[in-house]
Design a protein around this ligand. Structure first.
Ligand code: ADP
Ligand code: MG
Length: 439
């Protein structure tokens, strides 16, 4: 019955609205003339009543032939910790789908070009013949499709042989699980789980283990056990094996003894095709001119993907999209030839809701001068600019720069979390910008 009610509702709501508001929407229970809906997004939950309250009442009345009341509840996101508890003994699951694979990450959905052909062929081959190249070490800059390719192999293998046990996890998840097992005294089970039961082990983002010796060693043993058993191992990394500084040389040479493959940056032409593919998968349409424009602004699939989602969301909400709207939503930093520093000012002004001009003026409003200080600190500590250079950028005397830096430094020492978070946010956004920009 739940399904019928949802269908009745769907009929009364435009497709656009349905896709924007009801995708993570379900019926939890129906009792005593009352329907409890379940919503996976708390922001959406709070607005559903206002936007669709009347329609929902009417649909329920029509459906049941009398008045039904209803409420929305929020379904909390399952965290990693609760994962274990929820697996009751009766739930029959594939035991080793550690992180469910993203069904969208398939070979079919991957655009192949010069930039990734070699890696693609290696992975396709390996999924037909697991263990043949062992290990496969895949590396590239961020956002170029490593996770997609690695999971495509997992999806392919599971599709062709559902009995195969594929374990995909990031090295961070591996480490966390290891720590939990140490605390709970279940290290043996943890070891068994990967060493004995996985047919294919995919460890993503291995670089996370830099500086984490204990986890490196544990992974090394896991690696050896799986390798000896002739099972497939895949490692993804944002750098070459040799650049995994502080990994033991024995480990590095293990990583190199199979196949080391790289994904390059796609050409503009390939990136365009990737953009088309992303739209196709989202069942969304945008003018080719807009994709061409985005491809000029960005040069990795990940940032392109993010930009497309932003435009699609806008289009769904406001019902229109064209090149000039796209350009205003996604300014072209390149043709504006702004430097990284200038962009940091822009990013800061967005975070602190003031204008870049204000940031560079002598204005002393609280948020403006705070934003300025954070910017100065970032340029100094994260990007290594000298206090003189920073003074020039902000039009401030050398001594006032020094004073500002000290203030922030002291707050950080006092464990001021807000400042730390601002810096983190700024760093993330700056990197994202630099990523899209660098050659
Ligand atoms: P990485 O793991 O290297 O950081 P991801 O695999 O997360 O990169 O890729 C980022 C996004 O770009 C994903 O949404 C992915 O589906 C998409 N993508 C990357 N490469 C391609 C490609 N060749 N064809 C289609 N989509 C791609
Ligand atoms: Mg990745």
């Amino acid at each position: 019955m739940k399904k019928e009610i949802l269908n009745a509702l769907k009929e009364r709501i435009s497709r656009q609205n349905w896709e924007s508001w009801f995708l993570d929407f379900d019926i939890k229970k129906i009792e005593n003339n009352h329907v409890v809906f379940e919503v996976g997004n708390i922001f959406i939950k709070d607005r559903l009543e206002q936007k669709f309250g009347k329609t929902i009442s009417k649909v329920l009345r029509d459906f049941f032939g009398k008045e039904y009341s209803y409420e929305f509840t929020y379904r909390e996101i399952k965290t990693n910790d609760s994962r274990d508890k929820q697996e009751g003994p009766l739930v029959k699951k594939k035991p080793l789908l550690i992180t469910p694979l993203n069904p969208r990450y398939t070979f079919q959905n991957l655009i192949v070009g010069e930039f990734n052909r070699f890696a693609y062929n290696a992975f396709l081959e390996a999924s037909k013949n697991p263990g043949y190249y062992n290990p496969i070490f895949l590396y590239s800059g961020v956002g170029l499709g490593k996770t997609h390719l690695a999971q495509a192999l997992g999806n392919y293998v599971l599709e062709t042989d559902p009995d195969m046990k594929v374990a995909y996890l990031t090295s961070e998840e591996f480490m966390n699980e290891m720590i939990i097992s140490i605390k709970k005294g279940t290290t043996e089970e943890f070891r068994e789980k990967y060493r004995k039961k996985a047919d294919i082990l995919i460890i993503d983002d291995i670089q996370f283990l830099i500086g984490k010796k204990a986890a490196q060693i544990e992974l090394f043993h896991t690696f050896n056990a799986i390798h000896e058993a002739g099972k497939q191992i895949i490692i993804c990394s944002d750098r070459t094996p040799n650049e995994l500084k502080d990994f033991h040389s024995r480990m590095i040479s293990r990583f190199q003894m199979g196949l080391v493959v790289k994904i390059e940056k796609p050409s503009k032409f390939d990136l365009f095709k990737i953009g088309k593919k992303i739209l196709e998968l989202k069942e969304a349409e945008l003018d080719d001119k807009i994709i061409e424009y985005l491809v000029q602004v960005y040069d990795t699939p990940r940032v392109l993907h993010g930009a497309l989602l932003k435009l699609i969301a806008y289009k769904n909400l406001f019902g229109e999209m064209n090149l000039s709207i796209a350009q205003s939503l996604i300014p072209n930093y390149r043709t504006d030839s702004k430097t990284l520093t200038e962009n940091i000012i822009v990013i800061l002004s967005e975070i602190f809701e003031c204008s870049p001009e204000e940031m560079l003026s002598s204005k002393r409003t609280k948020n403006v001068s705070f934003a300025r200080k954070i910017g100065m600190y970032y340029l100094s500590k994260y990007l290594g600019l000298s206090t003189r250079e920073i003074g020039k950028i902000f039009n401030k005397s050398h001594s006032s720069v020094v004073q500002n830096l000290k203030q922030i430094e002291n707050s950080i020492k006092d464990n001021n979390l807000a400042i730390k978070n601002y810096l983190k946010d700024l760093d993330k956004k700056t990197k994202r910008f630099a990523e899209g920009k660098s050659v």
